[in-house]
Unconditional design. Structure first.
Length: 178
C-alpha cells in the first residue's frame, strides 16, 4: 500500500513525528510518500491509497499552508482512508480545560475544511528551548512554569508518546487495508 505522510512543521516536532510514521510504514513493508504540505509539490503522481497528515497548533490555529492544503484536497482526502495527528503541548497540560481545548482543535479543522479523517491522534509536542530566540525562550519558560513542565532552557524537552504513535500508525494501516 502507498501511504502519503504529509506534514507541516513550525519548530520541527511535527516533521519528526511524520518521519517516525513514514519509517514505521516502510519497515512494515508498505510504501510511505513523505511530503511537506507547505512545499506545494506534486504528490498525486505517486497515487497514494491512504494518507496520514500531521500538523501543529500554534496560537490556537493550524498553519495556513496546512489548512489551505486540506481545503483544496478535501474531496480526495475524504475518498481514501485518512488519519490526522494534531500536535500540541496543551494535550499534556496538567489543566483539564487545556487538554480539552487541545482535543477540540481537530474538530474545528473538520468544521472549517470539510475533511473528516477516520482516525485522529492528539500528540504532545516539544519545547525546543535551544532553538528559540530570547523572547520566545522567555515566554515558553513562563508557560512551562505554569504548567509544571521542564524549565531548563539549556536543553530541549520532548513530550511525544512514541509508543502511542506507533500503535496509532499500526491501527490506521490495518484499518486502511481492511
Amino acid at each position: 500500500m502507498i501511504i502519503l505522510v504529509g506534514y507541516v512543521s513550525i519548530e520541527g516536532q511535527s516533521r519528526k513525528i511524520a518521519e517516525a510514521i513514514s519509517e514505521q510504514i516502510e519497515k512494515a513493508g508498505d510504501r510511505a510518500v513523505f511530503f511537506n504540505v507547505a512545499s506545494m509539490a506534486e504528490y498525486a503522481l505517486e497515487r497514494p491509497e491512504a494518507v496520514i497528515l500531521c500538523a501543529p497548533i500554534h496560537g490556537g490555529r493550524y498553519p495556513a499552508p496546512f489548512v489551505d492544503f486540506v481545503r483544496r484536497e478535501k474531496d480526495w482526502l475524504n475518498s481514501v482512508p485518512s488519519a490526522f495527528v494534531s500536535v500540541s503541548l496543551f494535550i499534556r497540560s496538567e489543566y483539564e480545560e487545556e487538554r480539552e481545548e487541545a482535543r477540540h482543535y481537530p474538530d474545528a479543522l473538520v468544521a472549517e475544511t470539510g475533511w473528516t479523517p477516520r482516525m485522529t491522534l492528539n500528540a504532545a509536542g516539544a519545547l525546543r528551548y535551544t532553538e528559540y530566540d530570547f523572547f520566545k525562550r522567555w515566554m515558553a519558560k513562563r508557560l512551562a512554569e505554569r504548567e509544571g513542565a521542564p524549565t531548563d532552557v539549556k536543553h530541549d524537552h520532548e513530550f511525544t508518546d512514541w509508543a502511542q504513535l506507533e500503535r496509532f500508525t499500526t491501527d490506521f494501516v490495518a484499518a486502511a487495508k481492511a
